[in-house]
Ligand binder design. Sequence first.
Ligand SMILES: N[C@@H](CCC[C@H](N)C(=O)O)C(=O)O
Length: 308
Amino acid sequence: MGTATAPGRATEHAAAGRPASAIRFSKMQGAGNDFVVLDLRQDATLAERLSNPGDGLCRALANRRTGVGCDQVLGIERARSDGAVAAYRIWNADGSPARQCGNGARCVAAWLVRDGAAGEDFRLDSPSGTHAVQRAGKGRYTIGMGAPSFAPESIPLAGADREQDVYVVDLDGTEVAFGAVSMGNPHAVVVVEDVDDAPVATLGPALQRSASFPESVNVGFVQVLARDRIRLRVCERGAGETLACGSGACAAVAVLTRQGRVDGQGGVAVSLPGGDLHIQYDPGSGAIGMTGPAAFVFEGEMAMEDGA
Ligand SMILES: N[C@@H](CCC[C@H](N)C(=O)O)C(=O)O
């Protein structure tokens, strides 16, 4: 479809004799969590459409059969804070907006570096704040993910029994125990013996529907291998089980450090179905750093039928 516009811009061009609009995108992935990345800096209309849940554009892009396919759509915008090179917004595959996306932050960082807008060390605005970003080798980035908040109202989490740092809810007669934390977005962390057998597809959606999480929740199932090594699978809000969740990895390390099961300060290797992340958590300052890969998959242009 050879038009020469910047990625993310909607274009008008003739296809089979009638005009159709097209959206240019980059397809990216970080540890298997995959994204459609759009440049919204020149295109306020696209941003408005993505923000309108009734529009269907986000779901159309994310659809793995009739669209590009992704777990999240990421929109790059102009910086909002002094010293940041850009800002980005996040929409889940079902069209719902999100406030944090760790794997997405690394992909946006790689996109900005390739674009020439960012160098080795820079700052990036997201809906949950401003992140320090460093290149950490070829195709790898470290993101300052901010501080976890364990306050139930920040998650938000209500109506669950709590003993120390473990909550319990009754789901259809079965008691489920979990840790909970906000990484800017809500996370529940369920410790299991073996993630391969974890009830990700059943307990994940059940916790997401629970009245205890009025804004739903990302549900992580974590197996502790050692004080510096865990395995994790995540059922994401708005996307189902993904191959990796960066904020979920930070949430798991924060919860397990607080429970004394891992040593976040020494750094924890998190093995997810799509790849590995390294998480460093200093409970004193509250700072969490996440290091992992970010890769381009392909570039393209998705045709949108008139009215779509
Ligand atoms: N995949 C992401 C998280 C994306 C948002 C999440 N599903 C939510 O709704 O909060 C990550 O890597 O952190």
